[in-house]
Write a protein that binds this ligand. Structure first.
Ligand code: TRP
Length: 455
């Protein structure tokens, strides 16, 4: 049998996993949620969710992946042969595939905005909302941009774990962190930025309703790439000396810092322009920000150009490294399960994503009136099913599986690297306790809330 690939270095492991976690969820979705959820109060709850719920789940996925060294579907088959748990493995593979289909569309938009920013086109937009609607509703342009980002992702995955994923993460993640730091400094120097800072730093607990708490939880899972196959698949490429708890801690820390920094970039900028609401919703980065860039840098075009180019480059880098992690689980599954080459497996995954992605993209234009999937458009359907149904279900199953079903010896062996690391036993007990009781209950809460949305 061919030797299975693995990541080459500990830094590569952390950066690839952080690349998966840091994505549109941090730069696009997080500030939106903070805006609607009461600023600092939301952030406090969010951080709590990351530590109490996110970390144990991430460590669980690492344990499953590294113990089995298999793709997600076969990992569950090995750990629990001939049982219903195997379905979780398949669910993970399909969830990744589903998310990638529509994630690629949004990633395509970021590329379009990067190109427009580069050629100076963003500065000429008079009505940024109309501009966005007409761009995303067109037929060819968004499709072509989606195709380009899908192709970039395809090439990286085709090149494999070390030469593709690890190498590009080692290049792209430091770039991304540098851009973030630069933009934060920029944003702070804008007039009126204090207003934005106050919004982010002073908690408004009156806005903290139960539904905001549940959104914070959902956001934490999405942002950490949890509850399906991504991190489990990456962990199957971890080396034996990687420290699982430490790695999970670093990934969660980087992810949270990037999310909060994104807030620090966006809100001071937004507050420095009058008549732009901080709770503008999902249009924030594609509608509000171009408008902000334009007004804020009206007298300083060069600065505006630089700021906007850097911002959309950041968004694109973040989206791409997450796309790698969504592409790899189905690819690894096809390779190992059906014994086909990486080349064919990558092609199948990309082709399916492009085909479905076309439908998702068109659902902002010619297919906007097609609401045949439970009353949702294609884009909304894929988003809804994966993020609101598959993710919470996956989270519950994984925590119950590792908490109740997996042998304690396997957990201890993975956490201590077969006895060579010292991990206090209370920590392991706390970990198992959270998985057994707290996480299934908390995630069950999110799930019931989301289902309530259907009914
Ligand atoms: N975490 C990524 C983001 O913040 C998106 C992502 C990648 C993801 N893989 C995932 C979300 C798996 C949920 C599950 O944008």
């Amino acid at each position: 049998m061919k030797k299975r690939a693995n990541f080459n270095s500990k830094l590569g492991i952390v950066l690839a996993s952080a690349g998966s976690a840091v994505g549109l969820g941090n730069v696009w979705r997080f500030p939106t949620e903070v805006g609607t959820g009461g600023g600092a109060a939301f952030i406090l709850v969010y951080v709590l969710c990351v530590v109490v719920l996110g970390l144990p789940l991430m460590v669980s996925e690492f344990i499953i992946g590294r113990h089995t060294h298999k793709n997600t579907a076969d990992a569950y088959r090995q750990l629990a042969p001939r049982s219903g748990w195997i379905l979780q493995g398949y669910l993970g593979v399909f969830t990744a595939w589903f998310i990638l289909c529509y994630y690629g569309v949004v990633a395509g938009w970021t590329m379009k905005y990067l190109v427009e920013a580069l050629v100076g086109g963003l500065g000429n937009i008079t009505d940024s909302a109309a501009y966005f609607t007409s761009f995303s509703g067109a037929v060819w342009e968004p499709l072509i941009y989606m195709l380009v980002v899908m192709l970039m992702c395809h090439i990286v995955i085709y090149r494999g774990v070390q030469a593709g994923i690890e190498r590009s993460s080692k290049l792209m993640m430091p770039m991304l962190l540098l851009i973030i730091a630069m933009l934060v400094v920029f944003s702070f120097s804008m007039p009126g930025s204090r207003e934005g800072l106050r919004f982010l730093l002073y908690p408004d607990f009156s806005k903290l309703t139960s539904s905001v708490v549940l959104s914070a939880m959902g956001q934490a899972f999405f942002s950490l790439s949890l509850a399906m196959g991504c991190l489990c698949t990456y962990a199957s490429y971890f080396t034996d000396d990687a420290k699982l708890i430490k790695t999970a801690g670093s990934v969660a820390l980087i992810d949270t810092i990037v999310a909060i920094m994104s807030g620090f970039i966006i809100f001071p900028a937004v507050f420095s322009v009058e008549a732009v609401a901080p709770d503008a919703g999902p249009g924030l980065v594609f509608i509000t920000l171009p408008h902000v860039f334009k007004i804020a840098f009206g007298g300083l075009p060069l600065l505006g150009w630089f700021f906007s180019v850097m911002f959309y480059l950041l968004l694109l880098l973040a989206a791409l490294t997450s796309m790698f992690s969504l592409h790899e689980p189905p690819t690894a599954f096809l390779i190992e399960h059906f014994n086909i080459s990486r080349r064919s497996a990558t092609a199948v995954v990309t082709l399916v994503c492009v085909a479905v992605g076309v439908l998702c993209s068109l659902s902002f234009g010619v297919l906007a009136d097609f609401k045949g999937l439970f009353g949702l458009t294609f884009f909304d359907f894929f988003d809804f099913v994966s993020a609101k149904i598959f993710l919470p279900v996956g989270g519950i199953i994984i925590s119950i599986f590792v908490g109740w079903r997996l042998d304690r010896e396997i957990i201890v062996a993975q956490l201590t690297n077969h006895g060579s690391l010292r991990v206090p036993s209370w920590l392991i007990s706390a970990f198992v306790f959270l998985l057994r009781w707290i996480i299934p209950l908390a995630v069950g809460g999110i799930f019931i809330k989301e289902l309530g949305l259907i009914g």
